[in-house]
Design a protein around this ligand. Structure first.
Ligand SMILES: [Mn+2]
Length: 320
């Protein structure tokens, strides 16, 4: 979003409305014309640990204003290449899917409908969580973009079945996706530490045909071999739980974990995933700004990973 100016607007990061990367705002999805549509799902009703991810979209957006996309594109000196030129790619911010307090079903319905509308308008949805349960309505709304594989980055497997009779929690999105007809196999990358998924849940995931790798295993076999174990030439939905990142660089989340991935590793993985095939959409969940450090490191990391991944996805489309 440009600011009012009598001259050519300077449009500094610290000015203007904090849409994602200061992109244009389109809250009426029926009017959406875009290649990429960012939308918030600020729902944390189903979190099992510390709540707060409902403020994730706002926190990510605030930090994302450090990026702004330009007609010439963003220059990456490492790759000597330009990314996300606004002449080629229209990225818009669609606001949030409305959160209905205390009503998981209604909140999920809003998220699902928003995602399905974005896909039907020909744009790729990028969803800002919210706790990881929001991936359930996101995946439902992506039915018209399926069938697809799932690439899931997380410290936790998220294959739990039920807790106290509640089947839709931030520990169960992968089990819920496995039950969807348009969802194929899943790869769970970065799984380590303690979560709600039990040994039997791991067995169920493996029986479903899923790949599970921890950060240590990824380091041992290398990122190239990790990527080689993923199916190629398919359609993919990517779900990124920010707690896959080591808690030294991602404290602002409900369940921060030691022993996670680091930024350069994650970027290399995301670049490789973008090259696998068609990305139908992705989400980034579990950012809780309340637990972040004063400089907003976790929110900034989330914004950066989203922007990096968008750059890689659009680069592949430019080359194909
Ligand atoms: Mn998760």
């Amino acid at each position: 979003m440009s600011n009012f100016s009598l001259r050519e607007p300077v449009n500094l990061a610290s000015t203007g409305i904090a849409s994602f990367a200061k992109t244009a705002i389109c809250t009426n999805l029926d009017d959406l014309i875009a290649d990429i549509a960012v939308i918030g799902a600020p729902c944390d009703i189903s979190i099992q640990g510390r709540s707060g991810a409902r403020l994730g979209p706002r926190g990510i957006r605030l930090q994302s204003t450090r990026f702004s996309y330009s007609p010439e594109g963003s220059y990456d000196p490492e790759r000597d290449d330009f990314y996300l030129s606004t002449k080629q790619w229209r990225v818009v911010d669609c606001g949030d899917a409305d959160l209905v307090p205390g009503d998981l079903e209604a909140s999920f319905a809003n998220i699902e409908a928003a995602v399905r509308t974005i896909v039907s308008r020909g744009a790729m949805p990028v969803v800002l969580g919210g706790d990881h349960s929001i991936t359930i309505p996101v995946a439902r709304g992506l039915d018209i973009a399926g069938p697809f594989h799932v690439i899931h980055f997380d410290s936790h497997l998220d294959w739990s079945y039920t807790r106290g009779g509640q089947r839709y929690s931030n520990g169960s999105p992968c089990r819920c996706m496995a039950a969807m007809a348009h969802v194929d196999k899943m790869a769970h990358l970065g799984i380590h530490g303690i979560g709600s998924s039990q040994k039997s849940d791991f067995a169920d995931a493996l029986a479903y045909g899923d790949l599970i790798l921890s950060p240590k295993q990824i380091r041992k076999i290398g990122i190239a071999e990790t990527l080689a174990r993923l199916p190629r030439g398919e359609r993919y939905f990517v779900s990124i739980d920010i707690d896959v990142m080591d808690c030294s660089i991602a404290a602002g989340t409900g369940s921060p974990m030691h022993g996670g991935l680091y930024y350069d590793e994650m970027v290399e993985l995301l670049e490789g995933v973008a090259r696998l095939g068609t990305i139908v959409g992705f989400d980034l969940v579990e950012v809780a700004p309340q637990y972040d450090d004063l400089s907003g490191t976790t929110c900034y990391l989330a914004a950066r990973l989203i922007s990096d991944f968008l750059g890689f996805i659009t680069k592949e489309r430019e080359l194909s």
